[in-house]
Design a protein around this ligand. Structure first.
Ligand SMILES: Nc1ncnc2c1ncn2[C@@H]1O[C@H](COP(=O)(O)OP(=O)(O)OP(=O)(O)O)[C@@H](O)[C@H]1O
Ligand SMILES: [Mg+2]
Length: 496
């Protein structure tokens, strides 16, 4: 019913879309896939009036279609849940939900009672348990994402565009979301679903379109295609082994964390060791406390903790101390905590490294440029050294953050969901990079909600359940079943 034909769009010298065809049929879930920077978000921004195409046509049932902005699109039944969350942190959950479309009573008085009833009904349907009067900024990233989704589902939309909707959702939340999508679809609603998660795409979509370098190069019914065909269309080559293999023999203990308690949250007496050259996975359900443990360790959150690093007791009470001691932490909130958006790729990547090393003369500007160039090539960052990070696609911004922290050459690198929102080709490259870093003696802690990634990459896995480490699985014991058992509060039987 909506057709986009031969869409072209350039930003200055950068030809981002070069003749894209895309259509959204009645009551279908149409997945849109492609590498980071392929132009997916830009295409949807053109449909919803955020950007104007340089050329090309958009029709709805044969009639020309053009929205002035997202608000106009929304009023005409096309909702867009953008990749970057649009939450107002200082407004309540209820206010966010109804912003700009509050139901009114006589004389235009806002009808809070009706708002609350509607919100409660919606949240119940979506299985969301949240205080309507809570400030939206205090919600977890996952909850904020559910709030965004709720906003779109509340509209009477005929098309809902979701750009990476599940990046911060738990598996249960994803299941609830998928049930809603299926239900709305049966009522005639269509979806555009953008995601890098292959299982999701095959689970929820009816049709898949793949973009590469600003062109649409494949459209197929989901049941008529395969993961490898999609990957090949995305990156232009086969990708055989998603997880590279390597040999690892446990090294000496580098970092020992003991008696970790948090003052705000529920962490109780956490202890674990990390060895030289090891990749220690942290698994568990969202909200179990994985990120909180690392935040206390890194001095971002208050808490009690005893840390020894290479047999020396160290005291970390703020992130600077952590960095001085050779720790680096790539957080979940990369956009907020990781980048100076208006600065260039080069500046962002070299800043922390030059700060920590320039005194010793170890890193010069020249080597930083070389390093930055190497990272742009390896991680396939769609941008040049001097480009400002603000215009990079979501996934490419994340790659910059990753490169920036690796440049500080830490002893211990903590990665929180390192490949979230990153395309399959670059994912493989990040895994390879992690191996190379450990071979050089770096130790890595990796939090991930993707079980295949945890299983494919970790030497040992710590499973967190309700603020405790429920168990640490050795290499041979790592399996989906064992992780899920521990993550949900169960015990692994003796035969293991
Ligand atoms: N406002 C802008 N100004 C300049 N360049 C832009 C702008 N918006 C996007 N670009 C460029 O357009 C290209 C496509 O970006 P887009 O955000 O559409 O990619 P994407 O396919 O959504 O990628 P991701 O999977 O990382 O989200 C990128 O190279 C990006 O740098
Ligand atoms: Mg995008």
């Amino acid at each position: 019913m909506i057709q986009m034909q031969q869409i072209h769009k350039s930003f200055g010298q950068n030809n981002v879309l070069m003749g894209v065809d895309f259509e959204i049929g009645d009551a279908e879930v149409h997945a849109l896939m492609g590498e980071n920077g392929a132009g997916k978000s830009t295409l949807m921004k053109i449909l919803t009036g955020v950007h104007e195409a340089d050329s090309g046509n958009i029709f709805e049932n044969g009639e020309p279609l053009r929205f002035k902005n997202t608000k106009d699109a929304e009023l005409n039944g096309v909702s867009f849940i953008q990749q970057e969350l649009n939450i107002w942190p200082n407004l309540t959950v209820l206010e966010n939900l109804f912003l700009g479309k509050e139901p009114t009573k006589f004389l235009g008085i806002i009808d809070t009672h009706t708002m609350k009833l509607q919100a409660k009904a919606l949240f119940q349907k979506l299985n969301i348990d949240v205080d309507l009067n809570q400030m939206a900024g205090s919600l977890s990233v996952g909850m904020q994402q559910m709030l965004e989704i709720s906003k779109a589902l509340m509209q009477d939309s005929k098309v809902i565009i979701m750009d990476e909707p599940t990046a911060a959702l738990t598996n249960t939340e994803i299941e609830v979301l998928f049930n809603q999508i299926r239900k709305l679809k049966s009522e005639g609603v269509s979806f555009v679903y953008i995601s890098h998660r292959m299982e999701e795409i095959f689970n929820i979509s009816d049709r898949i379109t793949v973009m590469r370098d600003g062109r649409s190069i494949l459209t197929s019914a989901t049941e008529d295609t395969t993961t490898s065909e999609i990957i090949k269309a995305m990156i232009g080559r086969d990708l055989e082994h998603q997880y590279p293999t390597r040999q690892y023999n446990q090294g000496v203990c580098v970092l020992s964390v003991n008696k970790l308690y948090s003052s705000e949250r529920k962490l109780k007496n956490i202890h674990f060791d990390l060895h030289k050259g090891e990749i220690l996975g942290f698994s568990g359900l969202m909200g179990a406390g994985r990120s909180e443990i690392m935040r206390v360790l890194f001095g971002l959150d208050k808490g009690d903790i005893q840390v020894t690093l290479n047999d020396h007791v160290i005291h970390i009470n703020n992130p600077n101390r952590a960095i001085q001691n050779g720790l680096a932490f790539i957080t979940e909130n990369r956009k907020e905590e990781g980048l100076v958006l208006q600065d260039s790729i080069l500046e962002n990547i070299s800043l922390p490294a030059l700060k920590s090393f320039s005194k010793s003369g170890f890193l010069t500007e020249r080597t930083m440029k070389d390093y930055t160039e190497k990272m742009i090539q390896r991680l396939n960052i769609k941008g040049k050294q001097d480009d400002s990070c603000i215009d990079l696609s979501g996934g490419n911004q994340q790659k910059v953050v990753l490169a920036k922290w690796i440049a500080t050459a830490p002893h211990v690198l903590i990665l929180d969901e390192p490949t979230r929102g990153i395309d399959v080709g670059a994912k493989r490259e990040i895994y390879q990079l992690m191996h190379e870093l450990t071979e050089r003696g770096m130790s890595i802690i990796m939090i991930s909600s993707e079980l295949p990634e945890i299983i494919g990459m970790s030497d040992r896995v710590a499973v967190v359940h309700e603020g405790n480490i429920a168990g640490i699985l050795e290499k041979d014991d790592i399996s989906e079943e064992h992780i899920m058992t521990l993550a949900t509060g169960g015990k692994i039987n003796e035969t293991v």
